[in-house]
Design a protein around this ligand. Structure first.
Ligand SMILES: CC(C)(COP(=O)(O)OP(=O)(O)OC[C@H]1O[C@@H](n2cnc3c(N)ncnc32)[C@H](O)[C@@H]1OP(=O)(O)O)[C@@H](O)C(=O)NCCC(=O)NCCS
Length: 174
């Protein structure tokens, strides 16, 4: 999305609506709110340039959820080339959900599900054959959501997080 767009222009670029929520592509002007939401929702944080690079590299799969002009959630992805997470010895282009967070008071309204579904379509249109993510094994609400979206548990990583917690890798075909 071009960075010269004004915030109010972005409303018209809505990809989906759920009640009073708008899901749309992230713009550079949104990144400060996205970073704040990341700090409020997750223990894994990134440098400002990391967000900027993801937005440049995979703008179609970097989305925000907006509620009356305020960003309340985001999802950001990376497009990678390499060994398949599903098919043995397979190689290809795949989407990686790097981070997704919805502010507590806006959860369980379907925003996470809708944003992942939009991202899956965008990644598929961009030529990705699969999508994957890592999730803390204790993160039941996220794992339930990915299960419902037909992600399968494909690996377990010991000591994946800084505090030593294990991660499930979950993947699905697109
Ligand atoms: C994981 C997370 C992104 C899910 O976002 P969300 O917007 O609440 O997701 P949804 O609303 O689409 O789905 C959550 C649940 O609410 C339910 N739900 C959706 N719309 C609903 C509605 N209108 N009424 C009641 N329940 C609803 C869904 O069925 C789902 O149920 P499930 O837990 O049985 O699967 C969110 O909990 C979050 O930000 N967590 C903290 C950060 C995090 O853990 N990120 C993932 C790291 S891997």
């Amino acid at each position: 999305m071009p960075s010269y767009l004004r915030r109010e222009d972005l409303q018209h670029l809505s990809l989906s609506k759920i009640g009073d929520y708008i899901i749309r592509g992230c713009a550079e002007q949104d990144l400060s709110e996205v970073i704040l939401i990341n700090w409020q929702t997750l223990p894994e944080h990134y440098s400002d340039s990391f967000y900027q690079n993801l937005l440049k590299e995979a703008p179609d799969s970097f989305l925000v959820a907006e509620y009356f002009g305020k960003v309340v959630g985001y999802i950001m992805c990376r497009i990678e080339y390499g060994f398949s997470t599903i098919k043995r010895f397979g190689m290809g282009k795949r989407g990686h959900i790097v981070s997704i967070g919805i502010l507590d008071e806006h959860r369980k309204k379907g925003l996470g599900t809708e944003m992942i579904q939009i991202v899956m379509r965008a990644l598929k249109e961009g030529g990705c054959g699969e999508i994957y993510l890592e999730v803390r094994i204790s993160n039941k609400s996220a794992i339930d959501l990915y299960d419902r979206l037909e992600f399968k548990n494909t690996s377990v990583y010991d000591n994946y997080y800084k505090d030593g917690e294990r991660a499930f890798m979950m993947s699905r075909r697109l």
